[in-house]
Design a protein. Structure first.
Length: 150
């Protein structure tokens, strides 16, 4: 199911939460997250390469354009780092995803008394970090969003 009526910031916030849970609970799964996009086909717009071979719920949940824009947003804000990726002829690659210190701080500092509310301000999502950290088995993006939102 593709997203409808969500801003780039909302989608980026959901993806950042998903990456955070993978980092804290299933780090190897975070390392497997790779996305290759064709970005210069003006007739078709942004297209995820080899989508049919991807078993990735982010690919199922978001349109190619939404996913690309959210990943670029997270990268440009320095919330995530792609250790292996970059521009190539006709497209852009996002491989070997790591959360930056800023990406972790923006999630974990949200609930400190008198703490930083930047996550809520940037992504327009109310966050419950304690519930997020209690997730044990269901690592789907839908369950992560449901557990994390107040």
């Amino acid at each position: 199911m593709k997203t409808k009526h969500k801003t780039i910031q909302n989608i980026a916030g959901e993806i950042l939460l998903y990456f955070y849970v993978l980092k804290t609970k299933k780090y190897q799964e975070l390392q497997k997250q790779t996305f290759d996009f064709f970005t210069n086909d003006h007739d078709k717009g942004i297209i995820l390469k080899n989508k049919e071979n991807k078993k990735n719920e982010l690919v199922d949940k978001y349109s190619d354009t939404d996913l690309y824009n959210a990943l670029k947003y997270l990268q440009n804000k320095n919330f995530v780092f792609f250790a292996n990726g970059g521009n190539y002829m006709g497209g852009e690659a996002f491989h070997v995803i790591e959360l930056t210190d800023l990406g972790i701080d923006i999630i974990e500092n949200v609930e400190k008394v008198g703490g930083d509310k930047k996550f809520i301000q940037i992504f327009n999502l109310n966050l419950n970090v304690e519930s997020l950290l209690k997730i044990e088995n269901d690592f789907t993006i839908e369950s992560i969003i449901k557990a994390s939102i107040l």
